[in-house]
Design a protein around this ligand. Sequence first.
Ligand code: PLP
Length: 422
Amino acid sequence: MGGKKYRLKLLPSHSASLQSRDFFPYLVSRLLSGKYRRISIVKMWEPLIRERQIIPTPTGRHALWYFLGIAGLKKGDEVLIAGYNFYVIVRIIVQKGLVPVFVDIDPETLCMDAADLANKITRRSRLVVVTHMFGNPANVSEIHSICKKNKILMFEDCAHAVGTLEKTTPVGQLGNGSLFSFGIQKLLTCFGGGMLVLSNHFTENEKKFQHNVSRLKSFLDTFSRFLSSFFMTGKLYGWFAYPLIKLSMILDRLGMAHLRNILEPSRDNPHYRFDVNRRAPFKPFMKRMIQLQMARLEENISRRRAIVQRVKSRLRHLPEIKLLNEDKHGRSNGSYLGIYVPAPEKLSRYLKERGILSHPHEFYDCSNLEQFSEFGTYCEHSLYASEHLLRLPSYPSLRDAEVDYMLSAIESYFEKHTKEND
Ligand SMILES: *Cc1c(COP(=O)(O)O)cnc(C)c1O
């Protein structure tokens, strides 16, 4: 393989799309917090969200929590949600005493299938939570009209979808509410933070969302995420993460996966419980960080989309791989890049040995998880995504040569495995 020069270098599955100047607002936040406080969040989001209330929150999941609190749902009400999902979102629904009803996804977009939604509506349905998974636009026009017809609320999970367009409209402003996340893994990040977007008819319900987080806890929460983002940005990652990744591979080989979980947190923790006071509040410097990144959002998105195109056009000829149709309902922001392969864990291990990090289980089919077994449903395509989808790196600082190195590795894996099978 012609990739020798990348031997010691690591291609992380994710890298924060931050530049050095993006760290400045955090570093001087004590001095300039008055200035940052005056930034108007409504104005800042004007290119994407109009005529809505915008409420900054400690995380994206807080936004859903608050929404469920003000939407007037009662215990036992049904919430329709895609099976292929971030389990934390389903847990929050369950924790509120609501009943998740799993809807299958469209395998081409990874988002809720409108036809299956229509089949699953009952007299107890009160809310649909629709996720723009991987930053791919869901069919929200269709889903919204189903909701209206049945007098059901609609909430959009836009955690991956800043700048995603459904048809030609930015997502997050069609439903009664939506969430955005600025966590360290997300396309737009400020060491945590999130926001709740609310349709204006909730105005009278607007209330202050109170927090009770000690200053030390708040400081540590933001500071640890600042450090992670800093090390996840640019060249540093390779040097700092490489020994840790090596260690996790050794632990894996020794059958000590429980120790490895400390390095790579679980994506299916049955003991998870949401706690409003666990995370730092949204801080003024975060507004400035978002503002800086908003100014280059289109640049960020077009680089990601170019990477997705480069990968797809070269992998199209491999019969073992199935590709998504990210732009089926508009324009994806290329936030995450996924491909369907026969054995994602095996390919992921092969790539890891070559310094390329990928995720075979970015998300699970929640309708099939043990922790939600009392709500279990068979969702064919969600299960398929859970078992066959591999997430590859697609962050904007990835260079073409690095993408090509990854593609050569994928091709050589399939060459080897086709021969083995013959
Ligand atoms: C990250 C994420 C969230 C919530 O984000 P936090 O800020 O971590 O609470 C919600 N939904 C999906 C699909 C996500 O990936």
